[in-house]
Design a binder for this molecule. Structure first.
Ligand SMILES: NC(=O)c1ccc[n+]([C@@H]2O[C@H](COP(=O)([O-])OP(=O)(O)OC[C@H]3O[C@@H](n4cnc5c(N)ncnc54)[C@H](OP(=O)(O)O)[C@@H]3O)[C@@H](O)[C@H]2O)c1
Length: 427
């Protein structure tokens, strides 16, 4: 069972690493807000990063926003830099779980995972970068298992709503669920909204290097997952979705690859029927499509060259038509934003053999919640950590590198998220 107790030499349940980043600030606030949900009603935690001054400012700001002046004095500060392995080891030795908010993970993630595994701290991140997530699985699974350490990636909006949404849909379906499609729509309030530059940078370098992902995947030597029921038909690159009454395209983030890893784990370890999955995102009407195609074409062209990538990084607002910005969204913009992820599943009722005939039952579920990047992501990340601390017996038997669904399928994570504004329901 996962080790989750603090000791005199490992005093913190949680250490938020990268607390001074745009997302880190909101993760700190979410930890402070939910500290009473820690084991036995309390949580010992600290913030970490490479600048003591910045970290003190983060606590100052959280203290003001939450009217909790005690945060200024009661939360410890740990100085650690990704480039200084000794500082990472010292940080990891003090933590039961490191909440790693330092990205892009392709550049900064691996030394933190290594330090966690070597020094016995569980690791949770909010990466949406398949290369990093699958690379860590390839390189650290056995070492993490030996050490009894859980490395659980993509615990933010990428990809907890999708991954746990498919599991929730399967659990609600009476019979054998064989295929699910999800459709994402984002709601933006009158103040508008955007995503911080940190995620833009992760996307630029992820796409620039997407070819290497195929090579990485071959190294797993996986057998193809069996297809149960009819093969799920892939939709086109752009289509009108009757489900969400707007144009949609395949979702470009980590959700499909994360769900697939989870389904493989559940099939191989628990003999569950693998659920086929297709992820799509709504883009709106014709005007949005023209804008998106234009921005997409320029992005694809520039991302291939160093000077193009430099331009993209320098002017995120210009090249993304305002979808990404160096300043990030304001708190007012976040309040007005929301997401809806609709799942359409099909399968066979109990007693009906999937090898004979067409699926004979459908299900529709919904995961909905607040602004994705800096409200839903901190909620998901912190609830993932609280689940480890409170329900270690419900995690997989061995440590290892896991997707969220693989790690949390048998926990109450969905109930916890429901209580915190990320709601799962059958429609
Ligand atoms: N899953 C999701 O849905 C989701 C949502 C939001 C964000 N994210 C991901 O989270 C990551 C962070 O995004 P962000 O917008 O918060 O970026 P950001 O504001 O640039 O924050 C990056 C953080 O990393 C720290 N850092 C950089 N180099 C470091 C080093 N050598 N040693 C220690 N710390 C270092 C920075 O410290 P300083 O403050 O000292 O510079 C800062 O705290 C990105 O990968 C993004 O894609 C994912």
């Amino acid at each position: 069972m996962a080790r989750v107790e603090t000791t005199s030499s490992r005093p913190y349940h949680l250490v938020v690493f990268g607390a001074s980043g745009f997302t880190g600030q909101f993760v700190v606030e979410e930890v402070a807000r939910t500290a009473s949900e820690g084991p036995k009603g309390s949580l010992k935690w600290a913030v970490a990063g490479r600048s003591k001054q910045k970290l003190e400012k983060v606590l100052e700001q959280a203290a003001g926003v939450l009217s909790k002046p005690e945060l200024r004095t009661e939360v410890d500060v740990i100085v650690a830099d990704v480039g200084e392995p000794d500082s990472l080891a010292a940080m990891c030795k003090q933590a039961v779980i490191v909440l790693n908010c330092v990205g892009p993970y392709r550049f900064f993630g691996e030394p933190v995972v290594r330090a966690c595994v070597e020094n016995g701290a569980h690791h949770i991140d909010i990466s949406g970068e398949p290369q990093f997530l699958e690379g860590m699985q390839l390189n650290y699974s056995s070492q993490a298992a030996e050490k009894g350490v859980f490395v659980i990636g993509s615990c933010g909006f990428d990809s907890i709503p999708a991954d746990m949404g498919v599991i929730y849909t399967r659990d609600q379906f009476r019979g054998t669920l064989t295929a699910v499609e999800s459709f994402l729509t984002i709601g933006i309030g009158p103040e508008g909204g955007c995503i911080h530059d940190g995620t833009w940078q992760s996307a630029i370098f992820g796409l620039a290097d997407s070819r290497n992902l195929q090579g990485l995947r071959r190294k797993f030597n996986h057998k193809p997952l069996p297809t149960v029921g009819p093969k799920l038909r892939r939709r086109g690159a752009l289509f009108y979705s009757n489900e969400i009454q707007q144009y949609a395209l395949p979702f470009m983030g980590s959700d499909p690859s994360v769900v697939k890893r989870t389904q493989r784990f559940l099939a191989e370890e628990h003999q569950a029927t693998p659920v086929q999955y297709g992820a799509y995102a709504g883009v709106g009407g014709i005007g949005s499509i023209i804008k998106l195609m234009f921005a997409g074409m320029i992005f694809w062209l520039l991302v291939k060259f160093t000077c193009g990538r430099n331009l993209l990084m320098k002017y995120p607002e210009f090249f993304s038509f305002g979808m990404f910005s160096k300043a990030g969204p304001t708190r007012k913009q976040m309040e007005g934003s929301s997401f809806q992820l609709s799942f359409y599943g099909e399968g066979y009722t109990s007693g009906q053999d999937p090898a004979l005939g067409k699926p004979n039952a459908k299900i529709r579920t919904l995961v909905q919640g607040p602004e994705v990047g800096y409200v839903a992501t901190p909620i998901a990340m912190v609830q993932a950590a609280l689940t480890i601390l409170n329900e270690p017996a419900a995690l997989p038997k061995k440590g290892g590198v896991y997707s969220p669904g693989a790690a949390f399928a048998k926990t109450t994570l969905v109930d916890r998220l429901n209580k915190h504004g990320i709601q799962f329901s059958v429609v």
